[in-house]
Design a protein around this ligand. Structure first.
Ligand code: GDP
Length: 427
């Protein structure tokens, strides 16, 4: 059976922890979209890791990790991350990389950087890892597939075609030097040898894995509200963050996805530009405190180290996120973080032009939304590491019950700490 693990919100919901935990019993973990632009934090017996491109089954010896065709493949990042694992004495992961994945190349990173500079104060807050130019090129049909690396003439031709456009853009719009196509071609010829042992037809691999009844996890990056189609357009990422896209990006039949675990934090956090709409945001001293206490080391980006914006749990956004993900169950993370609060506000509606709504709107209306809060009592006791749901204080259980009722999807797991085993199952 195929299970998708995806985010209900803006990303950083704690998907990596849940995937790492479930990967222990899974045959296959697949990344199906995005690139090295976000990080999944995983804490286990080997240490604390922020995996950017390798799937979260990396630490599970029984698991085959697949970088699917939908991923933006930055070869240098893959090789670096494999090197890091060697340094930490982690056994080499079982890894395969789709021959249909396309390459994220240095000129994508440059274009991303130049464009954010050009936009100045209107920049998207991109991680500048080349993701938007990469996906633009894919749809403009000037992308280069991994398989192209192993056909010299074809690689040269594809590279020349892409660079003939890029270099006009770089020189004329951004007033930057052109990319040296010959040097890049030679670099790719070297990298392809290091990559070769991992490259495979992963579509066939996945089809067989499904037919053989293997347990498969599709691992989403970022969250539902960052989807370029149904998210907060245009402040989104450039690849589809929804479980539905998992079929395309991993090459599995839609009907094989039997379970969609939507991950959400017990409060909100949001990366990106400070201008992105974030209705339940908490600023000032209170925001500082939640940011400092959040996650496992405060709410700071796993890739960029940037402070994440934080806020109270938003039931409007999360309900919508679970709907568009097609959630069959919800994993609520970071409940332990809220233990310091006397009382906990929850955003239960949006006030837009004087009218209250519980429906998540388009961006044009979202930017006008003001949060409507209900306040719940806190529990004021340390719940970190609790593994039996019944051992949680009544107020903590009441908080979970309230969120569940408001979002309308069953919360089946409640996480009480960043470690693999710090989790409770809720019936
Ligand atoms: P992902 O991209 O969705 O995997 O999320 P990130 O790894 O970027 O961010 C989630 C953060 O929350 C990381 O620092 C995790 O270690 C941490 N985390 C996950 N679950 C819990 C939890 O239940 N409690 C606490 N305190 N931290 C958690």
């Amino acid at each position: 059976m195929v299970t998708a693990i995806v985010g209900a919100n803006w990303g950083d919901e704690g998907k990596g922890k849940i995937t790492d935990m479930l990967a222990q019993e899974s045959d296959v973990v697949v990344r199906f979209q995005g690139g090295a632009n976000a990080g999944h934090t995983i804490i286990n017996e080997y240490g604390r890791f922020a995996l950017h491109i390798l799937p979260s089954g990396t630490f599970s010896p029984r698991t085959v990790n697949v970088i699917g065709n939908g991923v933006a493949l930055d070869i240098r990042k893959v090789l670096e991350e494999l090197d890091d694992l060697r340094t930490w004495k982690v056994p080499a992961p079982r890894l395969i990389i789709s021959d249909r994945a396309q390459l994220l190349l240095p000129y994508h990173v440059l274009q991303d950087t130049y464009e954010e500079e050009r936009l100045g104060s209107n920049a998207f807050g991109s991680t500048r890892s080349g993701i938007a130019p990469f996906y633009s090129d894919k749809y403009a049909k000037i992308g280069i597939q991994v398989a192209d690396l192993y056909d010299d003439a074809r690689l040269k031709e594809r590279l020349d075609a892409a660079l003939s456009l890029k270099n006009v853009l770089f020189e004329s719009l951004y007033h930057k030097p052109p990319v040296d196509g010959e040097a890049l071609y030679r670099e790719l010829l070297e990298q392809r040898e290091e990559l070769r042992p991992f490259v495979q037809d992963t579509v066939q691999f996945m089809q067989e894995a499904v037919e053989d009844g293997k347990s498969i996890l599709l691992e989403g990056q970022l969250g539902a509200l960052k989807d370029p189609e149904l998210g907060t357009v245009p402040m989104t990422t450039s690849s589809h963050t929804l479980a539905g896209f998992g079929c395309v990006g991993a090459g599995v039949p839609p009907a094989s996805i039997g379970d969609v675990i939507c991950v959400t934090k017990a409060y909100s956090s949001c990366v990106g530009s400070p201008h992105d709409p974030f209705v339940s945001e908490l600023t000032g001293q209170e925001g500082e405190e939640l940011r400092r206490r959040g996650g496992d080391k405060g709410e700071y980006g796993a890739t960029t180290g940037r402070p994440r914006r934080v806020g109270w749990f938003d039931t409007v956004a999360t309900r919508y996120g679970c709907q568009i993900q097609g959630a069959t169950q919800v994993a609520l993370t970071c409940l332990d973080v809220l233990s310091y609060l006397e009382e906990i506000p929850v955003c239960v509606g949006y006030d837009i032009d004087g009218e209250e709504t519980g429906i998540f709107p388009t961006t044009s209306r979202l930017v006008k939304a003001r949060p409507v809060f209900t306040t719940l009592p806190g529990w004021k006791s340390d719940i970190r590491g609790i593994t039996d749901y019944d051992d949680l204080p009544d107020a903590a259980k009441a908080y979970v019950d309230f969120l569940e009722e408001k979002i309308g999807f069953p919360i089946s797991m409640v996480s009480t700490g960043p470690g693999r085993d710090e989790i409770t199952k809720r019936q």
